[in-house]
Design a protein around this ligand. Sequence first.
Ligand code: GDP
Length: 531
Amino acid sequence: MTSTPFPPEILRDVEKRRTFGIISHPDAGKTTLTEKLLLFGGAIQLAGTVKARKSARHATSDWMEVEKQRGISVTSSVMQFEYEGHTINLLDTPGHQDFSEDTYRVLTAVDAAVMVIDAAKGVEAQTIKLLEVCRLRNTPIITFVNKLDREVKEPFDLLSEIEDVLKIECAPVTWPLGMGKAFRGVYHLLQDQVLRFTPGEERRVDAEVIKGLDNPQLDTLFPMEIGQLRDDVELIGGASAPFSLEDFLAGRQTPVFFGSGINNFGVQEILQSLIDWAPAPQPRDAGKRMVEPAEAPFSGFVFKIQANMDPKHRDRIAFFRICSGRYTSGMKVKHVRLGRDMKLANALTFMANERVHKEDGVAGDIIGIHNHGQLQIGDTLTEGENLGFKGIPYFAPELFRAARLRDPLKTKQLQKGLQELGEEGAIQVFEQEGGQMLLGAVGQLQFEVVAQRLKDEYKVDAIFESAEIYTARWLTFPDEITRRNFEREQAIRLGKDVDGNPVYLASTRYNLDVTMEKWPKVGFHATREHG
Ligand code: GDP
């Protein structure tokens, strides 16, 4: 590319950014890994609190009772920390499958992901789904095989499982020396050295290093395990691909690290690989053109909306990924969907280390904007130009309930509550012909959270009844006449989502197939982009 006149101080800051999320099946060790990463980032006072937050989160907030009871993570948050001259943004994703839709959207805001695999269990259901989402954008993935201090599967078997099930090539970077009670460390294939394992949770110092696989010191230290390691390493040459930065960046290959999160072993290598290999913020598709991260004009999009954790403040926080330019407090931006200006004052910036306070942000950073209803998921804010960032999906819900009130006088509150919770993405809301409100969810738990929040935040006692609906499809029509004819014939199966888009509410798989066959020119879409 020819030299582009990007402001050098923005370019410099953007290149230091690494923005990533952790994907894993519940219990694989995501929370533990998050804590240890923060420990390296110097946010020591925070390590320990992530865990606490997971089990006894937000005692201050009633609507999170459900979450507290189940000890799962409903909300996502952002942790920013410094490591070796880089600014790292870790976007937390709810691991429970009932909240996968939220997780999917968070993954649209990252540039890379770390996949945690429980070495005893291998590839699990939620990991498969999450990796599919990463694949939509070819997000580069770093793999951490966790819990090597336990009796686990053979490393070769784990790699074939990842390759077969997830359809991504594995390039081992470290390799375990023993496992379970005999876990002695890992061999770093690229650096030709053994990193010795010593248990201990808060260990931050570098592991002891023994150079060279042929080093006789290894025979003295690990007489029982070293033979196996040497055999394995010989096999790896034939069985696995060597690490290729290009393939990793294209999302075709994942570098694999082995370790034990709880013992803080192997975590530093993950952090190092993020800095060395994971991409800095990339250009993003904004509809009419690609936006370069170091361009001077500010731009970005909302990928998540969350109720304020403080029940005294009823506003909501819009999580916004900066895609270009620089955020400064008080700046004026354009709200593209509404076509009007808005002032960005008092946005939240996220700092895991509270000793450092920052008031600005560049591409890759996340800011939290106080939202009184003006922002929706997928909204673009820019300095001037009418851009529209792409790719933040809604997924067709798999579970449906009809909302009915105990007190019919509260219809207004119910509508307002569902509209707002729908915009936030806590649940999908459809209005059927005749005004019936229908809720669609990816997971059962979403209904419970919404019922609780309607009660606490909107003082509405709603009953959710089963609805005879199999799935929803967003509709597109080739022309006005087809639309009108379709609407006339299918009136009872039609609805609208919170943004007013038409949807087909199929009663059964068969019903959907028959209707699609009968109306070949009508588009039936299982996903829809926000905005
Ligand atoms: P998450 O649900 O993916 O966030 O998983 P957690 O980080 O909460 O971990 C789930 C369980 O696995 C907890 O009991 C952890 O203490 C445990 N765990 C995490 N990492 C390790 C590890 O390296 N070895 C062992 N033995 N247990 C671990």
